[in-house]
Design a protein around this ligand. Structure first.
Ligand SMILES: *[C@@H]1O[C@H](CO)[C@@H](O)[C@H](O)[C@H]1NC(C)=O
Length: 226
């Protein structure tokens, strides 16, 4: 009996510790230390901190907490992949500073693609407001999770996992809204980070990374506008 109790206890302890470890390793932005910290975007800060300095809280007004930035569709015509992401940030909504949140409006042209990318600082949950969208992510064991979403469906992209969104409709624009648990999620596009970095990665590194020849490297670079 004693043994059973202690082994249950240690199992509980192990699970609790594991859970704490999981939560700790999936931490979003740090918690705010005050009600709000409306970002001071009026000038270049004299020093650099994690986030943005705030204005005097007494000067905060309602307008700091609102943006109409996501009300209009982004223009997808000038984007070679056929998408446009509009994001809340401390620029258009200074009150979001330190809140650990961002919202994205993603417009995708007919058969347009939000190409393979990841957000180093955020998990993302997306809801399809309008459209028929194929989404997927690849985990660290290279396993693909893919799903076709229709209007009203939501999908979560785990933090920092490579993912894509593809509008399957050849006639209609798709509209997706995403919530992200960082005020500055960041995005790194696989194709651009690899082939359009500045300065450029050595051709040989790309050749060997993708097992392609020099001509392939130059062609992909050219296709990506590099
Ligand atoms: C996204 O749409 C906005 C609004 O139409 C436009 O100003 C911006 O240039 C577009 N971005 C890209 C990358 O096409």
């Amino acid at each position: 009996m004693k043994i059973a109790v202690s082994s249950t206890c240690s199992l509980f302890l192990t699970r609790t510790l594991f859970l704490i470890f999981l939560i700790a390793s999936a931490k979003p932005d740090p918690d705010p230390l005050q009600d709000y910290c409306v970002a001071d975007i009026s000038s270049t800060p004299p020093f650099f901190i994690n986030g943005s300095p705030c204005i005097d809280p007494k000067l905060a007004i309602s307008a700091h907490f609102v943006t109409s930035g996501l009300s209009k569709p982004g223009n997808t015509a000038d984007n070679p992949f056929g998408f446009n992401v509009t994001l809340t940030s401390i620029r258009n909504m200074p009150g979001v500073n330190t809140q650990g949140l961002a919202m994205a409006r993603v417009d995708i042209a007919p058969l347009g693609l939000v190409p393979l990318h990841w957000h180093p600082r955020a998990s993302e949950v997306a809801i399809v407001i309008q459209g028929n969208v194929l989404v997927g992510f690849v985990d660290t064991s290279n396993r693909l999770f893919m799903q076709q979403l229709r209007t009203g469906d939501s999908f979560v992209f785990p933090k920092a996992m490579m993912h894509f969104l593809f509008n399957l409709d050849s006639l209609n624009v798709a509209l997706v809204i995403s919530g992200l648990n960082s005020q500055n999620p960041g995005a790194e596009l696989v194709a651009l980070a690899s082939f359009s970095s500045n300065p450029a990665l050595p051709v040989e590194v790309l050749q060997r990374s993708f097992r392609i020849n020099e001509q392939d490297v130059l062609r992909i670079r050219k296709n990506l506008g590099g």
